[in-house]
Write a protein that binds this ligand. Structure first.
Ligand SMILES: Nc1ncnc2c1ncn2[C@@H]1O[C@H](COP(=O)(O)OP(=O)(O)OP(=O)(O)O)[C@@H](O)[C@H]1O
Ligand SMILES: [Mg+2]
Length: 207
């Protein structure tokens, strides 16, 4: 039997994942759930070291698409085994800022490795697919406008076309997995977007 509840938040950079997830955690706590919030790479030592390599702007052009994918998968397995699985086994609710669909959208679609290949490899490293995935959707241009003050990392340096390709990839995934992935438009203000996030979570909890 499935233990705990597993919810992931996905979307392009600057879409509002972290903002919405934090508010969703408050909502679930207020309903009496025991909630763990985490983000890839989840603070595990191995995963943090891998992340440093992956996001280093100096590594531009020095990581092949497949190497990038495999590094993310190694990081995800460590994060799953160390942080996510134990909390789910204890019956809690895990909210994660990015998970398997990030690889499918970024490496599968963005880097062109293919959706099937990446989903197959994801299967190998994750304890299970999320019960619910909140996809925060926004046009790449609008997301970038929110993030202008922040120094771009290696992937963010790829530019607006890359971000828009990732966005389309995510939307394609939502069509493939309509039972799991809920698309929430985030062009409205933060509170209005959160109302839609809470509605989606409440609908999921009711079934
Ligand atoms: N609905 C919204 N309307 C306007 N601004 C927003 C909205 N949601 C988030 N923001 C702002 O946009 C910025 C990016 O939001 P946030 O950090 O939540 O996105 P993210 O998807 O987690 O981004 P990243 O991928 O870079 O971690 C923040 O400054 C946040 O306050
Ligand atoms: Mg974030």
């Amino acid at each position: 039997m499935k233990q705990g509840i597993f919810i992931s938040f996905e979307g392009i950079d600057g879409s509002g994942k972290s903002t919405q997830m934090k508010m969703a955690a408050e909502y679930l706590s207020s309903l009496g759930y025991r909630v763990l919030t985490t983000r890839e790479p989840g603070g595990t030592e191995l995963a943090e070291r891998i992340r440093k390599v992956l996001l280093d702007a100096k590594m531009e052009d020095k990581i092949t698409a497949k190497a990038e994918l495999l590094l993310y998968l190694a990081s995800r397995h460590q994060h799953s085994a160390e942080i996510i699985e134990p909390f789910l086994r204890s019956g809690g609710v895990v909210l994660t800022d990015r998970f398997a669909d990030s690889s499918t959208a970024y490496q599968g679609v963005g880097r062109g490795l293919g959706i099937e290949l990446v989903e197959g490899l994801n299967e190998l490293v994750i304890p299970r697919w999320p019960d619910l995935t909140i996809l925060i959707d926004i046009p790449a241009e609008a997301a970038q406008a929110r993030n202008i003050s922040k120094a771009p990392d290696r992937l963010e340096n790829e530019g607006i076309e890359f971000q828009e390709a990732i966005r389309k990839g995510y939307l394609e995934l939502s069509k493939r997995h309509p039972d799991r992935i809920v698309v929430i438009e985030s062009k409205d203000d933060i509170e209005e977007t959160q109302i839609k996030v809470r509605e989606a979570i409440a609908r999921f909890l009711a079934v």
